[in-house]
Design a protein around this ligand. Structure first.
Ligand code: RIB
Ligand code: CA
Length: 345
């Protein structure tokens, strides 16, 4: 299945890309770099370096807008580290960005795979919105769209009511949700975007024990991490991919520990990647979603009209249930052997 991933590579975006590269049923045909967790140039560097680490083929990486549609860029180095991948260091690479930008990359990929392309967005929706301005019919060209974003009947992680990807660029999210209805009208139910909010993704908690299972599956066992470790301790894994994932995850564990979530890490984006390849991993409720843009306290809030007060056609399938054990089994079954194939250095 051809997949186009729009990411603000950060730690969990990186793990989502690794999952796609490790999945035999995924053909990653392009990557859009979106400003979010870190600035867009750093996202590009992370994406290119990750492809080098994974010895991926020549997958085009495009650079997106420097900033959201109409808001100043905010970044999250406190969560993902100064370069977006925690303590991890990626290999140098001579891979280059495409000449065209991320919005054009979306449109070109959709036109190259009409009705077949699976779109995955795990960062702010800036470049997807810009792509839909270039090609308003983009929703009709996609086989599936999975968005990691929002929080439905659930608290935010960036403000009391808004989730990071939406909060960074609420206008783009409103344009994407509104543009879907404009493109499909009311005959859309079988083509609604899948939207995975914090209400779902915060059930996917990576732990040191699960990370240890991954290292075992890669033939590169390591000592389980703990909040008692000295901060910034580097991975001793012999496998290059496990080493990068452990160094990235340690920073992410430390952030979650410091914000009272416990010594764990929510894998928002890897869940979205797994759902992009297999929507049956999650149960959904169909509804109409819009985004608050003007609220003093609520800007960036995703609002689901569960009871049809607005009288508008549905424009989203909201993920409402997932079995974390099924996800982690699949994640480890795919990424473990993939990492092993990269061999220790
Ligand atoms: O709120 C979680 C989302 O924001 C994830 O995609 C994470 O990578 C950040 O972009
Ligand atoms: Ca992300």
């Amino acid at each position: 299945m051809p997949v186009f991933a729009d990411v603000d590579t950060g730690v969990d975006d990186a793990m989502a890309l690794v999952y796609l590269l490790a999945s035999p049923d995924a053909d990653l045909v392009g990557i859009a770099s979106t400003a979010g967790n870190v600035g867009v140039q750093q996202v590009c560097v992370n994406n290119l370096g990750l492809l080098e680490l994974c010895r991926a083929g020549s997958i085009p990486v495009s650079k997106g807008s420097e900033h959201p549609l109409s808001a100043p860029l905010r970044t999250a180095e406190d969560t993902h580290g100064p370069e977006g991948l925690g303590y991890a260091r990626l290999p140098a690479t001579d891979r280059q960005l495409t000449e065209h930008d991320a919005a054009q990359a979306w449109v070109s990929a959709a036109r190259a795979h009409p009705g077949e392309l699976i779109g995955l967005a795990t960062g702010p929706l800036t470049n997807l919105a810009l792509a839909m301005r270039v090609e308003p019919g983009l929703p009709r060209l996609l086989r599936r769209l999975v968005i990691m974003g929002g929080a439905f009947d659930y608290r935010g992680n960036t403000t009391p009511v808004s989730e990071w990807n939406i909060s960074v660029d609420p206008e783009s999210a409103a344009e994407v949700f509104g543009g879907w209805t404009a493109a499909w009208g009311t005959d859309a139910p079988e083509h609604l975007p899948i939207v995975l909010g914090l209400n779902l993704t915060e059930h996917i908690a990576m732990t040191p024990q699960l990370l240890g299972r991954l290292a075992e599956a890669a033939g590169s066992p390591t000592a389980p991490m703990s909040e008692l470790d000295e901060r910034g301790t580097r991975s001793a894994a012999v496998n290059p991919l496990i080493r990068v994932l452990e160094d990235a995850m340690r920073f992410y564990f430390e952030f979650h520990f410091d914000t009272d979530d416990g010594y764990l890490a929510h894998l928002h984006d890897p869940l979205a990647a797994a759902v992009a390849l297999d929507p049956e991993l999650v149960q959904y409720r169909q509804t109409t979603v819009d985004v608050e843009l003007a609220g003093t306290l609520t800007r960036g809030m995703t609002v689901a009209d569960w009871r049809g007060h607005w009288g508008l056609p549905p424009n989203a399938l909201i993920g409402v249930r997932v079995d974390p054990a099924v996800f982690f089994d699949r994640f480890i079954d795919r990424v473990g052997p993939f990492a092993h194939s990269l061999g220790p250095t």
